[in-house]
Write a protein that binds this ligand. Structure first.
Ligand code: PLP
Length: 378
């Protein structure tokens, strides 16, 4: 019996280990040290942004970015229904109202054709979220932002190294957010970063990250901030990983090619795509089951688990979240049919950087045979 194939596992190499050892030996283990600056400047440069501010995780990166918008009560931010709760809660914590759009059935990112219908005189920003490594088509987003005077807060947590119209994700808006959680392409275990073009927002982000200590009078505070600092120990891992980003992306792309070759002619499945204007980094290799198969993603995941293949379900959309409904948010009567279908029928396959060719072949064989089996539920 083979081992269970995990959905994701990080790849740690010698460079990370020696950087971390250096921190341990020199005592620079807290939130000062040269790896922090190195990681921030290397990642910002890679994404084509002038400023990088490392924070504790991707969720708080979004919070800090939204705080920079200085939202007033009643201000609205447009985001996809199909995303992680971090996006919606950053808007709520920042004093704004999340306004949802449905998803594109091909790329699973926000349906950019719906954005304009959601713009009101209270709209302040659009939050595009690149999904599972595929970028949002930013051309219409840029156009709408210009036309209506909106800011763009980009969530690039799943799109390290991805490109849209030849430009790298994370450098496509006014401010962007990354996560470096253990399953992300570049990881620091837990970690995140805010990137921005604005000098003022960079300074504001640094201040919010560190309790808004004033530079002229240390223990005097004119604003309430947070302790969202990243440690030099974590940045030491990130600084080493940034150097290997292109190799990591190539591993993901080769994995995706093998899966697509193995599953292309399997009926009843929608596979990830790469639009002509995009570079998909396939952070996770997702599948959407056809409703005609007669079972949903949870039933399918149970079958795969029995055969040693670990999977994860897709996000459940923001319009079905009790935590938001209880605040009177995201409750609109209108349906989000694509996002809801993704939530019910979508799951992702093992996509770790250490996955072998044989493991991918085995997963494809299991997926094909389970799709072909008679349905468990009707
Ligand atoms: C992972 C992720 C986050 C949150 O990052 P954490 O570091 O886990 O807090 C935010 N947005 C998206 C799209 C993500 O995939």
């Amino acid at each position: 019996m083979r081992r269970t194939i995990p959905v994701c596992e990080p790849l740690v190499e010698a460079a990370e280990i020696s950087n971390v050892l250096e921190c341990m030996k020199t005592g620079w283990i807290s939130s000062a040290g040269h790896y922090l600056e190195e990681f921030e400047s290397r990642w910002a440069a890679y994404c084509g942004m002038p400023h990088g501010i490392a924070v504790s995780n991707g969720t708080v990166a979004l919070e800090v970015a939204v705080r920079c918008l200085d939202l007033e009560p009643g201000d609205e931010v447009i985001l996809p229904a199909f995303t992680i709760i971090s996006c919606a809660q950053a808007i709520v914590y920042g004093g704004g109202i999340p306004v949802l759009v449905d998803s594109d059935p091909r790329t699973w990112t926000m349906d950019v054709g719906q954005i304009e219908s959601r713009v009101t005189d209270r709209t302040r920003a659009i939050m595009p979220v690149h999904i599972f490594g595929h970028p949002v088509n930013m051309a219409p987003v840029w156009e709408l932002a210009r036309k209506h005077g909106l800011r763009i807060v980009e969530d690039a947590a799943e799109a390290h190294g991805a490109e849209c119209h030849g430009r790298r994700c994370g450098g496509l808006g006014d401010i962007s957010c990354f996560s470096f959680y253990a399953n992300k392409i570049v990881t620091t275990g837990e970690g995140g970063m805010v990137l921005t073009r604005s000098e003022a927002w960079a300074e504001r982000s640094r201040s919010l990250r560190n309790l808004c200590f004033r530079s002229d009078r240390r223990f005097l505070h004119t604003e309430l901030g947070h302790n969202y600092r990243l440690t030099n120990l974590q940045a030491a891992i990130g600084a080493a990983q940034v150097e290997r980003i292109e190799a990591l992306v190539e591993i993901k792309r080769a994995m995706a090619q093998r899966y697509t070759d193995g599953l292309r002619d399997c009926p009843g499945l929608t596979l990830p795509v790469e639009e002509s204007w995009a570079r998909n980094v396939y952070w996770m290799y997702g599948l959407v089951l056809d409703e005609s198969l007669g079972f949903n993603a949870r039933a399918f995941a149970d079958r795969l688990r029995e055969r040693g293949v670990e999977t994860r379900p897709f996000f459940l959309p923001m319009n079905v979240q009790p935590a938001l409904h209880d605040l009177g948010l995201c409750k609109s009567a209108e349906p989000f049919p694509v996002a809801e279908r993704l939530g019910e029928y979508g799951l992702y396959l093992p996509s770790g950087l250490g996955l072998t060719e044989e493991e991918i072949a085995y997963v494809c064989e299991v997926v094909r045979s389970e799709v072909a089996r008679a349905p468990l539920t009707r």
